[in-house]
Design a protein around this ligand. Structure first.
Ligand code: VOV
Length: 249
């Protein structure tokens, strides 16, 4: 039997994607629209204060293509807080004009494949804690997709020895490191939480870097042999000060 890797788990994560019902948004009076925008901006300010206090983080992006219009990513210390935040958002006026497009529940995850230093618990290190409870970058572009590791015939990730998986992930990390400063990745685990095994969230200033890293990684053994991918979503940063202009009709 192959051995499971130990994981370190951080903040809980919700990717919440909605489509805007532009018809009913346009039919609303301008007062109603203004009130809905104002209330949403206030909620964004509340989320900013939570981020400032390092009690969570969030990122809001518009989505390119027909799969959704807005993509929100939330991180919170507990699943309960994540649920409360979702419910609070659902009760807003703005949410009345939104239709669910996709959602994904997971938790920020780091695995202990790398050799551990004698007597040092990696989870106690401040740099590990910063990665488990990250403040999401507000870079220009974001891409999100869920993925699995294949369990088919010859290619079954879950029957490979620990050392073999570790070696492949080390090779994977070498490809990733080439993109340092250009792509920031947040890997979230979703075993038991959602339909896929991991969520992959990538941030970039230059959108082409997202295409390049995903393409280049296809040639890493771990992705080439074992990667299975769900739907991809890509979008552009929507800062609070641009919300009113984005929703203007
Ligand atoms: C942006 C760069 C980048 C870098 C530096 C990087 C590094 C690393 C390291 C060091 C490790 C292992 C330890 C840990 O930290 O968990 C991982 C782990 C993981 N990765 Fe990664 N990854 C990147 C980027 C990166 C991308 C773009 C993808 C999507 C793959 C693709 O084909 O579309 C990905 C996936 C994953 C997954 C699903 C895991 C968990 C695997 C498991 O079985 O547990 N990842 N990753």
């Amino acid at each position: 039997m192959a051995e499971a890797v130990e994981t370190m788990d951080g903040w809980y994560c919700l990717h919440d994607l909605r489509s805007i019902d532009w018809t009913s948004w346009k039919m609303a009076s301008s007062d109603e629209r203004e009130a809905a925008i104002h209330e949403f901006e206030q909620l964004l300010s509340k989320w900013e204060a939570i981020e400032e206090a390092k009690d969570g983080s969030h990122a809001v992006y518009t989505v390119v293509g027909q799969k959704a219009d807005i993509m929100m990513m939330f991180l919170r210390p507990t699943m309960v807080e994540l649920n409360e935040l979702e419910t609070e958002f659902n009760k807003t006026k703005f949410a009345e004009y939104l239709k669910p497009a996709y959602s994904y529940v997971s938790v920020v995850e780091l695995s202990k494949y790398a050799p551990q230093k004698e007597g040092v618990d990696p989870e106690s290190l401040p740099e590990t804690q910063a990665r488990l409870k990250p403040i999401l970058p507000k870079w220009e572009h974001m891409c999100f997709y869920p993925m699995d590791k294949r369990r088919q015939g010859e290619n079954n990730w879950y029957t490979l020895e620990f050392s073999e998986r570790g070696k492949m992930l080390y090779e994977h990390s070498k490809t990733g490191r080439k993109y340092a400063g250009r792509v920031k990745q947040i890997i979230t685990g979703s075993f038991g939480f959602d339909d896929w095994e991991w969520g992959v969230t990538l941030f970039a200033h230059d959108v082409l870097q997202l295409k390049r890293i995903v393409y280049e990684m296809r040639f890493d053994e771990v992705s080439a042999k074992y990667g299975e991918f769900g739907e991809f979503f890509v979008g552009n940063h929507l800062p609070k000060e641009n919300v009113a202009a984005y929703l203007h009709v």
